[in-house]
Design a protein around this ligand. Structure first.
Ligand SMILES: Cc1cc2nc3c(=O)[nH]c(=O)nc-3n(C[C@H](O)[C@H](O)[C@H](O)COP(=O)(O)OP(=O)(O)OC[C@H]3O[C@@H](n4cnc5c(N)ncnc54)[C@H](O)[C@@H]3O)c2cc1C
Length: 399
């Protein structure tokens, strides 16, 4: 019966980052269990865009720390670069501007850097972009992007070097309980006893937590992003959350363009089995073509592009849209990192830090009560889960 100080379940960026910070904190023997290869869920499918201009003070404070860690990892991890050269640009149509303006006092209070850019300023900084006259832009100088497969591989290598025991092909099927205390997990072949268990299984969480009779109020939605073949024009511009065009895009390695979008009409997706794999998901080509058509005015380089690949995965939105991070009071020994809307990649460096702090220190460097797994009432959770939502029913939150 292998024993560990901490078992991390799930080898996406949230689990990997948690293991990294646990190892840096010398949390003892750390085992990470992943049912497939690491990165098998949304993490390797993500667009990898990072922006700090979020919707809650906890989110904003967390992302400020996250941006520092991305820069540090870019130095530390061999084969990984955080592309922060231009920051991250958000564009808004005039009717959407009010929403951003309502957030500005919070950014000012928290001392978050941002720069407001009118259309001619955007064009003069990045001549390959051509926003309409009435477009407004907000630049986050801390923002940027990563290539997710590069990041997952480099972080996995580093945490192995730091002594984390990564077990791929190990599906957790149940938890070990002593009364209501979580004492470890069971895979199909082994029991892993542990002082603490971190559950970072994203869309599989609802299914796995059923083993503990615990429901989390999270809804999952299919989400997709695409890559063009290499194009001839030099792509010297930032990643853009183009709220104005209901899509996002960024330069990608090999001089490609990455485009992503949501399908507003799509109904939530329910994961029915622990064996679910995201490769089962598909999306109509029309979603890509409509997004590209909308974006062509802003990024003329898309006009003659050839599409090379598509990646389809799931996003998770909690009842109040904020992430779920921290200890589960009713089940001592269990910690959860889930429901990062479309921003789990961006959250991962700081989410891992916060989870490691919860496990090792019992306190966190910022107040994360707004993210607490204990903030929901059972009756509200039941009512929320009984309802079927569409993508358009959840708030449009980008990265
Ligand atoms: C197309 C797309 C584009 C996106 N773009 C961005 C972006 O630009 N920026 C951004 O910030 N976010 C983006 N996201 C969101 C981001 O990808 C996710 O929020 C993030 O990857 C979640 O990480 P995770 O580790 O929680 O989940 P995952 O990467 O899904 O990892 C969970 C892991 O748990 C494993 N697992 C499940 N059940 C078990 C079990 N029983 N035992 C063992 N292992 C198990 C799975 O195999 C999986 O590898 C995007 C998502 C998609 C789908």
């Amino acid at each position: 019966m292998p024993a560990a100080d901490v078992v991390v379940v799930g080898g996406g960026v949230i689990g990997l980052s948690t293991a990294y910070h646990l190892a840096r904190k010398q949390a003892g023997r750390i085992v990470l269990l992943e049912k497939g290869p690491v990165g098998d869920g949304s993490s390797s499918r993500a667009a990898g865009i990072t922006c700090g201009l979020l919707y809650s003070s906890t989110g904003v404070a967390a992302r400020l720390i996250g941006a520092q860690i991305f820069r540090q990892l870019s130095e530390e991890l061999e084969g990984y670069t955080y592309h922060n050269e231009h920051g991250c640009l958000n564009t808004y149509a005039p009717a959407q501007w009010k929403r951003f303006q309502q957030l500005m006092p919070m950014y000012d209070r928290l001392d978050v850097p941002y720069e407001i850019l009118e259309a001619d300023e955007i064009r003069s900084r990045w001549p390959a972009l051509s926003p309409a006259e009435d477009t407004l832009g907000v630049l986050d100088p801390n923002g940027g992007y990563s290539e997710p497969p590069e990041y997952v591989a480099a972080l996995s290598r580093r945490i192995r070097e730091l002594g984390v025991d990564i077990r791929e092909g190990e599906k957790v099927v149940d938890f070990q309980l002593d009364g209501n205390r979580v004492r470890g997990v069971r895979t199909e072949s082994e029991v892993f006893e542990a002082g603490a268990v971190v559950c970072a299984v994203h869309a599989w969480a609802s299914k796995l937590m059923q083993r503990l009779n615990r429901k989390i109020p999270v809804k999952y939605f299919v989400h997709q992003r695409y890559l063009t073949a290499p194009i001839s024009q030099r792509l010297d511009w930032p990643p853009v959350n183009a709220h104005s065009h209901d899509a996002y895009f960024r330069p990608a390695s090999g001089n490609r363009i990455l485009v992503g979008t949501s399908d507003e009409s799509r109904e939530e997706y329910r994961v029915e089995s622990l064996d679910f794999n995201m490769s089962e998901l598909c999306t109509p080509t029309k979603v890509r073509d409509d997004a590209a058509r909308r974006l062509m005015t802003l990024v003329p380089a898309l006009k003659n592009c050839v599409w090379e690949s598509e990646h389809v995965g799931l996003l998770g939105f909690s009842m109040d849209q904020e992430p779920i991070v921290g200890p589960v009071d009713a089940l001592p020994g269990l910690f959860v990192g889930a429901s990062f809307h479309s921003g789990g990649f961006s959250y991962n460096p700081v989410a891992g830090l916060l989870l490691a702090e919860c496990v090792v220190d019992g306190q966190t460097c910022i107040d994360i009560s707004e993210f607490s797994p204990n903030r929901f009432h059972d009756a509200d959770v039941e009512a929320h889960l009984a309802n079927t939502l569409h993508q358009r029913d959840v708030e449009d939150r980008r990265h």
